[in-house]
Ligand binder design. Structure first.
Ligand SMILES: [Fe+2]
Length: 165
């Protein structure tokens, strides 16, 4: 079954509504994922859909707990992602894989799959370019050394932090 990833992109944009910051973040993460996928043999559909939906639990986490902390997102995100994917008629085993990635994405080392790794790296690259932008070059380099495994992700991350200097 081929999944039209653009449908999930549209659903994500609808879900976040006026929250442009979250939409832009998800689109940037998807962009970096695509870049990494040029050199990494992981499943594009799983990586892209996880990129669009990885932070989908944030609005609900803020509503319920007043916090977007990773642990709350990891609770709130998967059921919302599951509903979006179920409504599109996507197979349960595929949905399970995406939801597992979403539920571990703040743990960095929670899953061994290459798809998970690409998402984590793409998300970190985007954060190096936004939330972590003001960190010292050395600190950013440490984040890369500690968390990156793919050559393509590492290369992209280094070029992003070099450009920010
Ligand atoms: Fe993210």
């Amino acid at each position: 079954m081929t999944i039209n990833t653009d449908l999930i992109k549209t659903k994500m944009i609808e879900y976040f509504g006026s929250d442009k910051k979250r939409i832009d973040h998800a689109l940037c993460v998807a962009h970096y994922s695509e870049e990494i996928l040029k050199d990494v043999n992981a499943r594009r559909d799983i990586v892209l859909i996880s990129s669009y939906l990885h932070d989908i639990g944030i609005p609900e986490a803020i509503k319920k707990y007043g916090s977007a902390a990773g642990k709350y997102q990891e609770i709130e995100g998967p059921p919302i992602a599951r509903k979006i994917l179920n409504d599109l008629g996507i197979k349960t085993d595929f949905v399970d894989i995406v939801c597992q990635i979403i539920s571990f994405h703040h743990t960095f080392k929670g899953l061994e799959s290459l798809e998970f790794q690409v998402l984590v790296e793409a998300d970190l690259i985007e954060n190096l370019n936004s939330d972590f932008l003001k960190l010292s070059f050395k600190k950013k380099k440490n984040i890369i050394e500690k968390n990156f495994i793919t050559k393509a992700g590492k290369k992209l991350a280094i070029s992003v932090i070099n450009n920010a200097e």
